[in-house]
Ligand binder design. Structure first.
Ligand code: GLU
Length: 456
């Protein structure tokens, strides 16, 4: 069993492309087959090295390791050889420097006995001929996802195999390679359905046995229509930059058109591979939901070891100049633990954690109006003095000092909790106030209280 993912390096790896790659990879891994990555860079002008590098990088980031890698630009002599063969057999003709396939080539009729009783019939050219014995009329195949698909062969015109600049066309290179690479099943996006009859005609002319085909439903944007840049990020790298974890992206992508059953949403790869089957893929388009992806990512963040999150965050912290490699790991772990439950993406860490790395803090203007309008200077001063006296400063000792003070002052603790939180963090919401104080440390807590400016 051999499958392939065949991206063109004319753009970044798209989220839809990543799902195609994932289903191919899962199929290979679940069947003990081989997963081939084939770079379709025959368009020399539009193919760019930066895109190729990015595609390989994104594939690796997602954990979709390939078993074999090919680049079509290394294989031009092979395509030329097959085009010459078709010329020699009079199945193709020349037009200037271009080589073109004749669509009137007579079909080879596969014996019926070979076509019966197969669990999943291979794609086939139909044996029908026009009454006058002319060109074949119908091209059909049994799609593993969509069932039988039929095309009127007379719609298919002579097709260019080799362009006058010596490069092969997409379909020609694709068919030659799928045949030579012994691909057993072509799994690709539904946008390629219309290419399949042309390609079947090519298999037929070349005398190759066609593979099985499975055309995946498209990924739709949240407001319907094909997912596009208008609906937000489409490139895998953008999700990486936004702070999604690769395991979460993979988990989300596998649910676009497939389900392991019983409405499970957080799916371990090992479980997914046990249940995976092409035939269970939905043929209806799958709608992309950022909200669901975010939810899945937040679940993965919660499940990830704090030390592992710290390792992922360190380079990002260094990039921002917030913490270098000498920043104490135990301290970083405490900070990450404080926000872990609130993080939807890794980037959220920088939103929640800013007050721990940046001095002076910026105070959210709404929070300032709501909680720092009333003058609490006296209470802040008392609290600061008492906190300073604590010999062992931690969440519990800070809390008991705080509770004693509000009792003594005869005010509700909420009257002080919110202003103090805003003064320490710049935000009106966040994790528990005393855990926050403990992570911020005694000195900075006391200092921020004493420097708070109230606006009456
Ligand atoms: N290079 C084509 C693409 O990027 C591959 C299509 C196929 O899988 O045959 O869409």
């Amino acid at each position: 069993m051999r499958v392939r993912f065949a991206p063109s390096p004319t753009g970044f790896l798209h989220i839809g492309g990543a799902r195609t790659a994932l289903f191919n990879w899962m199929y290979a891994r679940s069947q003990n087959g081989k997963f081939i990555l084939r770079i379709e860079d025959t368009d020399l002008e539009r193919s760019k090295k930066e895109y190729l590098d990015e595609i390989l990088d994104s594939m690796q980031w997602l954990g979709l390791q390939w078993d074999e890698l090919y680049k079509q630009s290394d294989r031009f002599p092979i395509y030329r050889e097959y085009a010459q063969k078709l010329l020699g057999e009079d199945k193709a003709y020349k037009d200037g420097e271009a080589i073109i396939l004749k669509m009137s080539a007579p079909p080879i009729v596969p014996p019926l006995s070979e076509r019966r009783g197969e669990t999943s019939p291979p794609a086939d050219l139909d044996a029908n001929k026009a009454a006058d014995g002319g060109p074949l009329q119908i091209i059909k195949w049994f799609d593993l996802i969509r069932g039988e698909i039929t095309f009127d062969a007379s719609e298919i015109k002579d097709q260019v195999l080799m362009k006058s600049d010596g490069s092969p066309t997409y379909s020609f290179a694709c068919v030659v390679d799928d045949a030579l690479m012994e691909i057993s099943c072509v799994i690709r996006g539904e946008d390629h359905i219309s290419n399949t009859p042309k390609q079947l005609a090519l298999y037929h002319s070349l005398g190759f046995k066609p593979p099985k085909f499975a055309h995946l439903p498209l990924i739709m944007g949240e407001e319907g229509g094909r997912m596009s840049k208008r609906h937000g990020a489409t490139a895998v790298t953008e999700y990486r930059k936004m702070g999604f974890l690769p395991e979460a992206v993979v988990n989300y992508l596998m649910l676009l058109g497939w389900s392991p059953g019983n409405n499970q949403e957080i799916v371990k790869m090992a479980t997914a591979l046990k249940n995976f089957s092409i035939k269970k893929i939905n043929k209806a388009g799958a709608a992309f939901s950022m909200e669901k992806l975010e939810w899945i990512n937040s679940q993965y963040i919660k499940q990830t070891d704090t030390a592992a999150l710290v390792a992922l965050l360190r380079p990002l912290l260094a990039q921002r100049g917030w913490a270098d490699e000498n920043f104490d790991s135990a301290k970083l772990e405490n900070i990450v633990n404080l926000f872990k439950a609130r993080m939807t993406t890794l980037q959220d860490f920088f939103y929640w954690g800013e007050f721990l790395f940046v001095d002076p803090i910026t105070i959210d203007s709404e929070a300032r109006v709501q909680y720092l309008s009333q003058d609490r200077a006296k209470e802040f001063k008392l609290l600061g003095e008492r906190l300073r006296e604590i010999p062992e400063f931690n969440a519990a000792s800070a809390e008991s000092v705080f509770r004693e003070l509000v009792a003594k002052l005869g005010i509700a603790s909420s009257e002080l909790v919110h202003p103090v939180r805003v003064a320490l963090t710049g935000k009106s919401v966040g994790p528990g106030l005393f855990e926050t104080m403990a992570v911020l440390g005694k000195d900075r807590t006391v200092k921020r209280l004493s420097e708070t400016v109230f606006h009456g």
